[in-house]
Design a protein around this ligand. Structure first.
Ligand code: NAI
Ligand code: MG
Length: 371
């Protein structure tokens, strides 16, 4: 029996193409692994009313980690029209399978490395190498929202003195989204960031928050972060506000090392930082829990490129590299990263986003040839 069982979820559109590319590279690495393909995404929703079928959840439970491509999702009204005729009108609604995965497996870390590889013509600067730890389960994306405002919720909110300004606003003229942060949620993401920093000889961890305005949730995060930071005297701890951080990341991205943030703020700085090192063709993510992890490129299914084998697979190859690291195969992870870096540096095999005309699988073959 192989050492690892890995779930492979290609998904929709270009998700299938970038996963095909990753498999060329993974197979060349002779990892002791068995690969199991699973169903996820829009196609399965249209056919079955479920974008994350039970059989896929079962598959994930039986594997050690997962590599995921990308899925399509659509607004409610458009979605309803594409549902299979026999499922029409039965109340199926599309729920993001990736969000569901995060919840089901408690994948509380969204790890977003942003590194400028030498020779990438899209680098904003060549000396950027930062890592973002975004909290992945709560905060502003906890999903606790109300509209129209239920009377019981209004009653509860009236406990807050500021709510009196909204007391008379009709239920259908007021929407409420919450920001829920727990001590446990704050502590485990900050701790993960510090442990990563120590293990990878990183010099600093910067908390990105807004505790001067979001006093309760931001205040809790700050308090918890300071306490955890005290356990890591070898690592410098900085505090920054989200708005200022966006400016600093554009001004001096090379000064940052490990960043840690709540879900929404982490989402914002992740996309900002990704664009500094090449954008969607390079941006990968790890959704990581204590027992399971799902690795993915952060881009979507890019319907306009689907089937053309034109898009850049590097984000997915870097996601595979992260998966190897997480499995404890650090030597193999380094080998893969070096091969990717060499192909980028040589600049001979480039997809359209880098000004080239190479096909998706040609990039994978070029990387595989360096292994
Ligand atoms: P997208 O990320 O799929 O593509 C936007 C544009 O970015 C593309 O048209 C292309 O120009 C560029 N791009 C994306 N990936 C690239 C790559 N690997 N190489 C080179 N260029 C690349 O975002 P879009 O068009 O907003 O969404 C399409 C679908 O994907 C939607 O249904 C959306 O809901 C879904 N989506 C899924 C995600 C996921 O599976 N994690 C994440 C983001 C969007
Ligand atoms: Mg995002």
């Amino acid at each position: 029996m192989a050492k690892y069982k890995l779930a492979i979820l290609p998904g929709d559109g270009i998700g299938k193409e970038v996963i095909e590319a990753a498999m060329i590279v993974l197979k060349k690495m002779n990892l002791e692994a068995d690969y199991f393909y699973g169903d996820i995404g829009w196609e399965f929703w249209c056919r079955e009313g479920n974008p994350l079928p039970e059989r896929t959840i079962k598959l994930l439970k039986e594997t050690d980690a997962c590599l995921f491509g990308a899925i399509t999702s659509k607004p409610k009204e458009d979605a309803a029209k594409e549902l299979a005729p026999e499922l029409q009108g039965k109340g199926f609604s599309y729920v993001s399978p990736i969000v569901k995965l995060r919840q089901l497996f408690d994948l509380y870390i969204n790890l977003r490395p942003c590194k400028a590889y030498l020779g990438n013509p899209l680098n904003y600067r060549d000396n950027i190498d930062l890592v973002i730890f975004r909290e992945n389960t709560e905060g502003s994306y906890a999903g606790v929202e109300f509209y129209p405002l239920p009377e019981q919720v209004r009653e509860a909110l009236l406990l807050h003195p500021k709510m009196k300004d909204f007391k008379e606003v009709p239920a259908e003229e007021i929407a409420v989204s919450t920001r829920i942060m727990t001590k446990k949620g704050c502590e485990r993401i900050v701790r993960a960031a510090f442990e990563f920093a120590r293990k990878n000889r990183r010099k600093s961890v910067t908390l990105v928050e807004k505790p001067n305005v979001l006093r309760e949730t931001g205040g809790l995060m700050l308090k918890v972060a300071r306490k955890v930071a005290a356990e890591f005297p070898d690592i410098k701890f900085n505090e920054a506000n989200i708005d200022a951080m966006c400016m600093w990341l554009v001004k001096n991205p090379q000064d940052y090392d490990v960043l840690v943030a709540e879900n929404l703020f982490g989402d914002i700085i992740s996309d900002l930082a990704a664009q500094l090192v090449g954008g969607l063709g390079f941006a990968c993510a790890g959704n990581i829990g204590d027992k399971y992890a799902v690795f993915e490129p952060t881009h979507g299914s890019a319907p306009k490129y689907a089937g053309l084998y034109k898009v850049n697979p590097i984000a997915t190859l870097l996601a595979a590299k992260m998966m190897l690291d997480w499995l404890g195969e650090s030597e193999k992870a380094t080998t893969l990263e070096q091969a990717i870096a060499e192909v980028i540096k040589e600049g001979k095999v480039r997809t359209y986003d880098l000004g080239g005309s190479a096909k998706t699988l040609e990039v994978a073959e070029a990387v595989a040839s360096k292994l």
